[in-house]
Design a binder for this molecule. Structure first.
Ligand code: DAH
Length: 338
C-alpha cells in the first residue's frame, strides 16, 4: 500500500506539471486532494492494516500530500508569473510620458503675496476677521453714522438677521483691537462686498488689504513713510506717491493715495490706490466701550490706518483692463501669469 501511495504521488505530480491553466490546476487539486481522491480511499484502508503497517502507510500518505501541495503552489506561482509577464509584454517603457499640466498662482494671489511680504518686513502681523459682519464692527465702531450712504440697503448686502457682508476690511481693525492690547501692528487681506453695478472696474466682491498701527507715538509722517516705501517696493524705486486730503469717518485727517504710474502703452498718470489716515479718537472710544476697559486710551495712543484695493493693484501691475477677467477663471487668461 505504501507503493500505491508513491504511485499516486507520481501521477499527481505529472498531472500538475501538465496543467497549463489555473482551471486545469484546480481540477488536479480536486482530483488528488479532494474528498474522493485515491489518497483518501487508501487512508480508508488504514483500519484493516496491522499495527506495524499502519504508521508506514500514514507516513507515505503524508509525504504524498505534502509533495502534491508543494507542486500545486509552485505551479500556481509559475502560471501567475507568466500571466504578469504577458500583460506587460506590450508596454514600451521608452515611450515619452504624457505631459502633466502644472498649475500656477492667480495674478491676484501673486500681488497679494507680494504686498504681504513687503509689509511683513516692516513688522506688520497678519490678522483676520469674518466676512459676515455685524453693523457694529463694519460701521458703528468705525464712527460711521446710521445715515451714512455706505449703510444703505442699495449699497450693502444685508441678511435678515441684520448682519451684512462686510463692505470693507476695516472691520478687522475693530475685531483686532477688541481682542488684543496695544501696541498693534497688523495687516488684514480679504474679501469685501458691495452692491455695485458690475462693469470693467467694479465687481460685487473684491479684495482689500487693511493696515492698522496703534502705539503711543504713531505719527502722520510714519504713515507717509510706510506707504511710500510700500508703493516703491511694489512698483519701483522711482514711483511717485501723492497724499490727497479726503474724508473717511474712521480717520482724521484722512487721505487718498495716488501713485503715478505708466500703464503699458499709455502716458504716466496718477492712479488712486488706497485710503488712509490717522485713527479717529472716536474709534478708540468705541473699542473701549466694547471691551469695557480703557486699553485704547485716546489721550495716550495714536494710530494710522490704510486700506487698499488688491484687485486694483493686480490690474495696474499686469495692465489688466477689465476686473471681470480676475474672476472668470479662463485659463487662456490665467496661463499668461504662469
Ligand atoms: N475702508 C475704506 C474703503 O473701503 C478704505 C480705507 C480708508 C481704509 C481709510 C482705512 C482708512 O483703514 O484709514 O474705501
Amino acid at each position: 500500500m505504501t507503493e500505491q501511495a508513491a504511485q499516486i504521488q507520481t501521477e499527481a505530480l505529472a498531472a500538475i506539471e501538465a496543467a497549463s491553466t489555473e482551471a486545469a490546476l484546480e481540477d488536479a487539486r480536486v482530483k488528488f486532494l479532494g474528498k474522493k481522491s485515491p489518497l483518501n480511499a487508501l487512508a480508508g484502508e488504514m483500519r484493516n492494516l496491522s499495527n506495524e503497517e499502519k504508521p508506514k502507510l500514514g507516513a507515505a500518505l503524508n509525504t504524498a500530500r505534502t509533495a502534491i501541495n508543494a507542486a500545486l503552489d509552485a505551479s500556481k506561482q509559475k502560471l501567475q508569473d507568466a500571466a504578469d509577464a504577458a500583460s506587460i509584454a506590450s508596454l514600451d517603457v521608452t515611450m515619452p510620458a504624457r505631459e502633466l499640466p502644472v498649475g500656477a498662482l492667480h495674478p491676484l494671489s501673486i500681488v497679494k503675496d507680494r504686498a504681504i511680504q513687503i509689509l511683513r518686513r516692516l513688522g506688520f502681523a497678519l490678522a483676520d476677521g469674518p466676512e459676515i459682519e455685524t453693523e457694529f464692527h463694519c460701521f458703528d465702531a468705525l464712527n460711521t453714522p446710521a445715515d451714512h450712504p455706505a449703510r444703505n440697503d442699495s449699497d450693502t448686502f444685508y441678511f435678515d438677521s441684520g448682519k451684512l457682508l462686510r463692505t470693507h476690511t476695516s472691520s478687522v481693525q475693530v475685531r483686532t483691537m477688541e481682542k488684543q492690547e496695544p501696541p498693534i501692528k497688523i495687516i488684514a487681506p480679504g474679501s469685501a462686498y458691495r452692491r455695485d453695478e458690475i462693469d470693467a472696474t467694479h465687481l460685487s466682491v473684491f479684495n482689500q488689504l487693511e493696515g492698522l498701527y496703534v502705539d503711543s507715538d504713531v505719527r502722520l509722517s510714519d504713515l507717509k513713510g510706510t506707504l511710500e516705501f510700500f508703493y516703491r517696493a511694489m512698483f519701483g524705486d522711482k514711483t511717485e506717491v501723492r497724499f490727497r486730503p479726503h474724508f473717511f469717518p474712521f480717520t482724521e485727517p484722512s487721505f487718498e493715495i495716488d501713485v503715478k504710474l505708466q500703464v503699458k502703452g499709455e502716458e504716466p498718470k496718477w492712479i488712486e490706490v488706497a485710503g488712509c489716515g490717522m485713527v479717529d479718537p472716536a474709534v478708540f472710544s468705541a473699542i473701549n466701550e466694547s471691551r469695557g476697559d480703557q486699553a485704547f486710551d485716546p489721550t495716550k495712543l495714536t494710530g494710522y490706518a490704510f486700506g487698499m484695493g488688491l484687485d486694483r493693484l493686480a490690474m495696474i501691475q499686469y495692465g489688466i483692463k477689465d476686473i471681470r477677467l480676475l474672476i472668470e477663471n479662463d485659463t487662456r487668461f490665467l496661463r499668461q501669469f504662469a
